[in-house]
Design a protein around this ligand. Structure first.
Ligand code: SF4
Ligand code: SF4
Length: 114
């Protein structure tokens, strides 16, 4: 018979090991208005120029997404695992996989349970 954990068992926490996989898989990297401001400021770029050259309409047409490079990885991924906007990266990035994830995420993300 399987062991049933107590109801107050906290959910596991996963620590990112910076494999960079989530920066390479297809899909939107959504950015809010305040994140656009923060990233443009961090990069020393005009917000309108940043929006024009670094973002696109997201798939469900509700907001902006950072564009991909021709090879499909995020525009701000350098090498295999360096985020060029690490300190101001969108909540979508910093929240994965603990704040949000998707069915089957464990097969694609190398984060370790701590
Ligand atoms: S913004 Fe940074 S953390 Fe987010 S997908 Fe792009 S490279 Fe990865
Ligand atoms: S896929 Fe998981 S372990 Fe790899 S960088 Fe993204 S969050 Fe971190």
């Amino acid at each position: 018979m399987p062991e049933i954990p107590p109801l107050d068992t906290p959910p596991p926490h996963y620590q990112c090991v910076r494999c960079g996989n989530c920066c390479r898989w297809p899909g939107d990297v959504n950015v809010t208005g305040s994140e656009v401001t923060a990233i443009a400021t961090f990069l020393g770029r005009e917000e309108s120029e940043f929006v024009e050259n670094c973002t696109r309409l997201n798939a469900n047409r509700t907001g902006l997404s950072i564009i991909d490079k021709p090879n499909g990885e995020c525009l701000f991924l350098a090498g295999t695992n360096t985020c060029l906007i690490q300190s101001v990266k969108p909540l979508q990035c910093s929240g994965f996989p603990n704040v949000w994830n998707f069915p089957g995420w464990r097969d694609k993300c190398e984060a370790v349970e701590v």
